[in-house]
Design a protein around this ligand. Structure first.
Ligand SMILES: [Cu+2]
Length: 195
């Protein structure tokens, strides 16, 4: 896992903690005095301690349980998203004679997000867009001067010839979702086997 991912996880969990803390505090009966001021006067007694920063208000037990369970499930969802959904992205290897073809499913990201091809031979990528999010309506492969619109529920073909070995990224139009095309030397594995 990269450093960026770790940073994202930590900051996400921290921000979730703040949101959760506020919600939890409200459900458990604590609220800032400004919030109390907006509640009709009858709902809280005259014995409230106006000097304390937080004041206690009664909430049904159901609210407390709901917020607690909601928070826990959000944390679970977040952990799943960052820790378990990432390894799903696989490598697609398309090395060999002729045109190297790979179908990339565009649905909440790119699947596969790692594509291995050989240098010097044409590559044909089929982007199958199934995600209605406008975030994924375009795919960019800057190194090959490609900017393709991906109509929803259609397969869009993108072609290029990678001449140089290297790692080339492809992203959505806003650079939020990413994948990579690893271009290997032609016949690299054969050369290793013969040497
Ligand atoms: Cu995007």
């Amino acid at each position: 896992m990269t450093m960026i991912n770790k940073t994202v996880i930590i900051s996400s969990i921290a921000s979730l903690g703040v949101v959760l803390g506020v919600g939890y505090g409200k459900a458990m009966g604590y609220a800032l005095p400004q919030a109390i001021a907006q509640v009709p006067h009858e709902t809280h007694s005259s014995q409230t301690e106006s000097t304390s920063q937080f004041q206690r208000i009664e909430q049904p037990l159901g609210n407390k349980v709901a917020v607690t369970l909601g928070g826990l499930s959000l944390i679970g969802l977040e952990l799943w998203w960052f820790l378990l959904s990432k390894p799903k992205s696989q490598k697609a290897v398309a090395v060999g004679e002729g045109i190297q073809e790979v179908t990339v499913t565009v649905d909440g990201g790119y699947e596969p997000s790692q594509i291995v091809v050989e240098a010097g031979k044409p590559v044909r990528l089929f982007f199958d867009r199934r995600d209605p999010s406008s975030c994924l309506e375009q795919v960019l492969i800057p190194d090959f001067h490609i900017a393709a619109d991906l109509p929803l529920n259609q397969v869009t073909t993108v072609e290029f010839i990678p001449k140089q070995v290297g790692n080339y990224v492809f992203t959505c139009g806003m650079n939020m979702f990413r994948g990579a095309i690893a271009v290997q030397a032609a016949g690299a594995s054969t050369q290793i086997a013969n040497s």
